[in-house]
Design a protein around this ligand. Structure first.
Ligand code: NAD
Length: 256
């Protein structure tokens, strides 16, 4: 599956290429849209081919430079092939947003090995796979930004989410490690820790729990995907040029 759209005259086009995983839904889709509006060349990938098609069509609309491909971030060879295609096509990767992530919830006593492995595979190995594939191009360019999706669950843990909490803590650990390893080459690495954001991912959370979350939230509402997209856009920009190795909570203050 492959799709692309060209810019119409008059749009402000930049040269920078942003790659976003899990771009077919929720935060990833909103992030792809935000970067396209900012004039980046957007490369969208998602495990679901139909979602990639729809995202590319939706965001492109003949106005933005968006290209996409179905990719499973857990499949290392597939990810490497995908990034080779990006380099052939654009010759660069400026920003990577490791957004793809899943939940498969169960309490610790009942969590199966497969449930644990599934979540670790997408949320941790997927982040490693895509990052390792783009880092050579960033090192060569001596610049780049890697943004990783963690969660408030990666800061504080959560009931029924042993696997997800482990994966999102791991994302923060990798972020801080790569910030040290890659910072000297001009590559900044940061994590974003959203609170509860209204996306299809929350469909797995019972309404009663969500009501409690809203009551506990100092802003008395869930977050919007666009509010996380704006944070990724900021962290990718030169306005954040000295921000490296942070795990930025974006939760409306839910942990206060
Ligand atoms: N929604 C929230 O409240 C919330 C809070 C904190 C963190 N996050 C994190 O933000 C990220 C996006 O979450 P969302 O709420 O937009 O979720 P979502 O379920 O709406 O979207 C996730 C997308 O990732 C894709 N995906 C899943 N497995 C994949 C794989 N192996 N390879 C490629 N793509 C894959 C899915 O097809 C989907 O389109 C996730 O990492 C999630 O853990 C979300």
């Amino acid at each position: 599956m492959e799709a692309s759209l060209q810019l119409k005259e008059g749009s402000i086009q930049r040269d920078e290429v942003v790659v976003i995983s899990g771009a077919g839904s929720g935060i990833g889709l909103a992030t792809a849209r935000r970067f396209a509006e900012l004039g980046y060349r957007v490369v969208a990938c998602d495990i679901d081919p139909q979602r990639v098609d729809e995202a590319v069509g939706d965001i492109g609309q003949g106005r933005h430079d968006v290209w996409g491909r179905a990719v499973d971030v857990t499949w290392r060879a597939g990810v490497q092939d995908f990034v080779s295609q990006i380099i052939d096509r654009y010759g660069r990767v400026d920003v990577l947003v490791n957004n793809a992530g899943i939940t498969v919830d169960a309490r610790i006593e009942s969590m199966t090995e497969s449930q644990f492995d599934q979540v670790m595979s997408v949320n941790v190995k997927g982040v490693v796979n895509l990052s390792q594939a783009v880092i050579p191009a960033m090192r060569q360019a001596e610049r780049g930004v890697i943004l990783n999706a963690s969660s408030v669950v990666g800061l504080y843990g959560n009931f029924g989410q042993t696997n997800y909490a482990a994966s999102k803590f791991a994302v923060i650990g990798m972020t801080k490690t790569w910030a040290r390893e890659l910072g000297p080459s001009g590559i900044r690495v940061n994590a974003v820790c959203p609170g509860f954001i209204a996306t299809p991912m929350l469909a797995a959370v019972p309404d009663k729990v969500l009501e409690k979350v809203v009551q506990k939230s100092w802003m008395r509402r869930l977050g919007e995907a666009s509010e996380i997209a704006d944070v990724y856009a900021f962290l990718a920009s030169d306005a954040a040029s000295y921000i490296n190795g942070v795990a930025l909570e974006v939760s409306g203050g839910i942990s206060l």
